[in-house]
Design a protein around this ligand. Structure first.
Ligand code: 5CA
Length: 442
């Protein structure tokens, strides 16, 4: 893609309305555009990143045996009346009427709808467990939407739901998602800590938020630093192995604001390991047993008896992650964003020095791009006639981690390669391809 033909509406300055760096950067580099309060359009740069995050989230759900479906955004109020949440959910729910005056709503979450789908199809315990997920837009009429797509009204979420025959099996499902989340965030190059959390309007008594540390985060957290060392790499998808992993985490005090108790924190955590800080909630998992299956009469036959299924739900803020990753990866001092290669909007930026009368560097860049294309490497060539320093500044904000600078000294198959934020090195095209493919895997 040539920069001149791309739809990347870069702004000269940070927009005044944006208070945190992710919001500033996303507007500045034309990743998103606000359409009304807390509602955004996703432009190519932002959309590409979000889709790549979505794919990583999806792959890790598939690995634990969850099956993907797609539920609608608009739901009937009937099922919410059945569960009792139509009243309870309050003003955050966007309520609408169709032309027949039927009560409808834009789904803020999907426990009711999935329970309805489940109860009409699954009748026997032999079909359990069922792990189902979808990745779909949600709407919550937040009182104070802010920080761009971090706390907005319309957002993209992966929500999964588990159905089991009893508490023990349901806990196994919960632990599978717990592991899938650790792996997902690791692949996104984030260190996300699971924290015991409150359940709010979703309900239940077991819940973890997955939080990444950031000063601009809205969640206050109290944790034992040793929790960062817990390693999930070799954990198998078996009850025992997963229980062990959970036990490892349980050793360390780690809670959000609502669960915080100062005495407990001081007693359980030696002073040198205490960490009080802020973070961004990127995932939240819940176990709530029969909270929905009982009122909605969702049961299976189990040895002649009718048993209400035991359910949990598991959310990842896919759109919020785009902002959260910027908060975690943007280097304030150097004013450099660096996307993890696996989710970078383009695999490679090619930055030639181009002047009106001299297109030689652009030609060299096009030659390199042909080779990259053969290897499925997605590139953005800056064919504008801006100065080198202006281009570098712009690309430091766009954050594509692999950059090739093409100047008058560039000759043959020898290029100046920059892994953003680091010193430049000389690489030939094969080495560039190798570098990009390797760093995509991490
Ligand atoms: N049904 C459950 C689990 S599927 C649920 O809705 N959980 S939640 O309310 O915690 O939302 C899941 C995730 O969506 C959160 O962890 C957060 O990352 C994201 N999220 C929630 N509200 C917003 C919002 N207003 N803007 C952006 N992302 C949000």
């Amino acid at each position: 893609m040539f920069f001149s033909k791309s739809f990347i509406p870069i702004l000269k300055n940070n927009p005044a309305e944006a208070k945190i760096k992710s919001h500033q950067l996303m507007l500045r580099t034309g990743m998103i555009k606000q359409s009304s309060a807390g509602i955004y359009s996703w432009l190519p740069l932002g959309f590409k990143v979000m889709k790549k995050i979505e794919q990583i989230v999806r792959e890790e759900q598939d690995k634990i045996g969850a099956q993907e479906i797609l539920m609608p955004t608009i739901q009937s109020a009937e099922i919410w009346k059945e569960s009792g949440r139509y009243k309870d959910y309050g003003e955050e729910m966007l309520r609408i009427k169709d032309r027949q005056s039927r009560d409808m709503l834009y789904g803020p979450t999907n426990e009711e709808l999935i329970t309805d789908i489940f109860r009409t199809s699954i009748k026997s315990y032999k079909s359990l467990p069922q792990l189902l997920y979808h990745i779909q837009w949600k709407f919550r009429d937040e009182l104070r939407p802010r920080f761009g797509i971090m706390r907005c009204r319309e957002f993209y979420m992966k929500d999964a739901y588990s159905f089991d025959i009893n508490d023990e099996e349901a806990l196994f499902s919960y632990n599978k998602f717990f592991l899938a989340y650790l792996k997902t965030f690791k692949r996104l190059n984030l260190s996300a800590i699971p924290m015991a959390a409150d359940t709010g309007p979703i309900g239940g008594n077991l819940s973890h938020e997955f939080i990444i540390l950031a000063d601009t985060g809205e969640s206050k957290i109290y944790t034992d630093k040793r929790i960062f060392k817990v390693n999930s790499d070799n954990t198998k998808l078996e009850k025992e192995s997963l229980n062990k992993l959970r036990d490892e985490f349980k050793k360390f005090y780690s809670v959000t604001d609502e669960k915080y108790d100062e005495n407990e924190f001081n007693n359980k955590v030696p002073e040198e390991f205490r960490l009080k800080t802020k973070g961004i909630e990127v995932g939240h998992i819940f176990y709530f047993g029969d909270k929905y299956s009982m009122p909605m009469n969702s049961s299976v036959d189990h040895q002649g008896k009718k048993e209400f299924v035991k359910m949990g739900s598991y959310g990842v803020g896919v759109s919020r992650l785009v902002g959260a990753i910027i908060e975690a990866k943007y280097n304030d001092k150097k004013e450099i964003m660096k996307w993890p290669q696996s989710i970078s909007p383009y695999d490679c930026a090619i930055i030639p020095l181009v002047t009106k009368g001299d297109k030689k560097n652009l030609e060299k860049s096009i030659n390199l791009s042909k080779k990259l294309k053969e290897y499925n490497i997605d590139y953005l060539i800056d064919d504008s006639e801006e100065s080198f320093s202006a281009k570098i500044k712009k690309f430091n904000l766009i954050g594509i981690p692999s950059q090739v600078v093409v100047g008058n000294k560039t000759e043959g198959d020898n290029f100046e390669f920059i892994n953003i934020g680091k010193e430049s090195i000389n690489l030939n095209s094969n080495q560039i391809i190798e570098f990009i493919n390797q760093s995509k895997k991490n």
